[in-house]
Write a protein that binds this ligand. Structure first.
Ligand code: PLP
Length: 629
């Protein structure tokens, strides 16, 4: 008993670690069995953390495999990627589809949206237009009986929902034009205003352009290895063949900066290329959706209006495409723009577009987002930093990988040089609910993965999964590093030494259990036990009364303990899905402080992972041990 150290000091990766791991595994298995019949699924992301309360979701095998609960649309992308590794008309695969394959999304690394998340003031503005509801009945007189009847009927009015939006949103058009021409005079801004068209995401306009352009083959940019595939899909569904030479094409699609490769061609070079290669009568579509990240002078680096007008005189028609869903992180709301070469060209496009394709919600969102200046300043400052943080860490792990793209892009295009490695990275990302984009799907580049820039806090989860994967592949047959409890950092306060007499117990101890534990301890090759878990505030033992008793009997008066923030929503006591309810955290604390102890094993404490699964709280002890050892 003398040599026993409670779970913290810990030998290297010996059998004690395995034994301890097994205790936790057994506990987890028991909890999974208890939890198995709970089917409720909570939509849960990092940003709804605070409001996430009682949801209890074990991530079942089926759910992890993306089968359970998914509609055919949701699994389509995943199936297409697995089966064909490529895209074709109608089966284009997108990173965003994979978020539906994971049980509980932790963070989406598969789409190139802004790592800052949605623009707060724009979310608020959008929310507030929905809040304008009304159900009063005016006192206008008339048929008294009819008025009384009306009183009993709940007639609601919510303008944003019940009315068609204006066909033309002048305020939105002006704000967008000013955004594109921050230094422009009134005439310059007015010219852009008159040439702007909005769509339900850039995707709608990407579809509209080839349907509206003169007939003939299409050609895709030769300036990069691959580019966003929707242009090819849209050209093909509009009945076009792919041309081998630019001079044969009536539509040329160029994505610059290029998603996904991160290549970028500066204004002069791009204009020179168009000027030298485009043929009269053709439409040149340049997608500059990712240019907004290029810094405060982004608008000086894309194709200039002067150039567009010069080309127009040569019968070369340049359409500039912009998605707002990436820079302002609103892919769910959908809004994009095209600046047509002339106002007349814009009207011709509009004539072929479905009316009201952009609803009032994304319009409101975009107007507010464009006015939130700090958001872009933060984007320009933080994206390169966070990107660099990710690359530095990944390079440590894989010095042989190639990290491609501009330092300011909202993603990293990574060539792992090996198909199996890229696939394993993708699978590990799904496993930890942080999907990345595997370029086998859609781009047919199986050695490559695309990882969106995310804040270090979120990247830590994906990185941990990649570390574990690398460790496992370098140490075949070696026991995994215990249970990794991916809990919110604010759940654990730290590991501290405590005098056992300073602790309050809340439960009595089963004497026969003590005997069993003694036997168990005798059989351990190295004497270690998981640390006890203690409420940091009141010093109440949350988990480990029997272990505490063993420490006492072993003459250990000072022991390390995992201090937790017991009030945290992610710590639960006897969740109804696991045990009979009736015990509350408040009761646990009061009973402990008053010495009015609960019966042995009356409580079972659980902790919720960031992925949403509920685990016995003991998982926190090995986690600390592994990290500190
Ligand atoms: C370059 C590029 N253009 C357009 C789009 C489509 O964006 P939206 O969500 O506005 O349809 C994407 C989406 O990934 C993109 O990468």
């Amino acid at each position: 008993m003398q040599a026993m150290v409670p779970g913290i000091s810990l030998s290297r990766f010996g059998s004690s670690r395995l034994a301890r791991h097994n205790i936790v595994r057994q506990a987890l298995r028991a909890s999974e069995q208890r939890a198995g019949n709970v089917g409720a699924c909570h939509s849960f992301t990092k940003r709804t953390y605070g409001s996430f309360r009682k949801g209890f979701l074990p991530v079942t095998t089926e759910r992890k495999n993306g089968v359970e609960g998914l509609g055919s649309h949701q699994i389509r992308g995943a199936q297409a990627s697995a089966q064909t590794g490529g895209s074709g008309p109608g089966t284009e695969t997108h990173g965003g589809d994979d978020i539906h394959r994971v049980g509980q999304l932790v963070c989406d690394f598969s789409v190139t949206t802004n790592a800052l998340g949605p623009v707060p003031s724009a979310v608020e503005a959008t929310r507030s237009i929905l809040a304008s509801e009304d159900n009063w009945v005016s006192n206008r007189g008339g048929d008294v009986k009819a008025i009384l009847d009306e009183d009993e009927t709940h007639v609601m009015s919510a303008a944003a929902i019940e009315h068609y939006p204006q066909r033309e949103d002048k305020e939105l058009t002006r704000l967008v034009a000013e955004f594109f021409r921050p230094d422009g005079d009134a005439a310059t801004v007015a010219d852009v205003e008159a040439s702007l068209i909005f769509g339900n995401g850039a995707s709608e306009l990407i579809d509209l352009l080839p349907r509206s352009a003169p007939q003939g083959p299409y050609y895709v940019s030769p300036l990069t290895k691959t580019q966003y595939k929707e242009y090819e899909r849209a050209c093909e569904v509009s009945g076009r063949q792919r041309a081998e030479k630019v001079e044969d094409a009536s539509v040329v699609a160029i994505v610059n900066p290029t998603n996904p490769t991160g290549d970028f061609v500066e204004r002069l070079e791009m204009e020179n290329w168009i000027s030298a290669n485009a043929v009269p009568g053709s439409w040149i579509i340049v997608d500059e959706s990712m240019l907004f990240w290029a810094g405060p002078d982004w608008h000086k680096r894309g194709v200039s209006r002067e150039f567009v007008q010069r080309m127009q005189k040569r019968d070369i028609h340049i359409y500039l495409v912009y998605s707002w869903t990436k820079i302002f992180s609103c892919t769910g709301l959908r809004i994009g723009s095209v600046i047509a070469p002339t106002p007349a060209a814009m009207q011709e496009l509009q004539a072929k577009q479905v009316p009201w394709s952009v609803s009032v919600l994304p319009r409101t969102y975009l107007k507010a987002a464009l006015q939130h200046k700090e958001y872009l300043e933060k984007t320009w400052r933080l994206t390169p930093q966070w990107r660099e943080n990710m690359i530095t860490k990944l390079k440590r792990l894989h010095p042989d990988w190639q990290f491609l793209g501009q330092p300011w892009t909202s993603w990293v295009w990574i060539d792992t040089g090996n198909e199996a490695v890229a696939k394993a990275v993708y699978e590990a990302s799904l496993e930890c609910s942080c999907p990345v984009r595997h370029a086998a799907a859609g781009y047919n580049l199986p050695t490559i993965v695309r990882i969106a820039v995310r804040r270090p806090y979120d990247f830590a989860v994906l990185y941990q999964a990649l570390l574990r994967q690398e460790y496992a592949s370098n140490n075949p047959g070696r026991a995994p590093l215990g249970t990794y409890a991916d809990v919110h950092p604010s759940v654990v306060e730290g590991v501290e030494l405590v005098h056992i007499d300073d602790l309050y117990r809340h439960e009595k101890v089963l004497t026969d259990r003590e005997g069993k534990l003694n036997d168990y301890v005798k059989d351990l090759p190295l004497l270690t036990l998981p640390a006890i878990i203690v409420d940091a505030r009141h010093k109440v033992v949350i988990d480990g009364h029997h272990r505490l008793e063993l420490f006492r009997q072993g003459g250990m008066t000072i022991v390390p303990a995992v201090f937790v923030n017991y009030e945290h929503d992610d710590i639960v006591v006897n969740p109804p899905e696991v045990e009979d309810g009736g015990v509350t955290k408040d009761m646990v604390i009061k009973k402990a402080i008053n010495g009015d102890l609960l019966a042995p094993k009356s409580t079972q404490h659980m902790v919720r992972s960031r992925g949403g699964s509920l685990m016995p709280i003991i998982v926190l002890a090995p986690q600390i041990a592994e990290i500190r050892s």
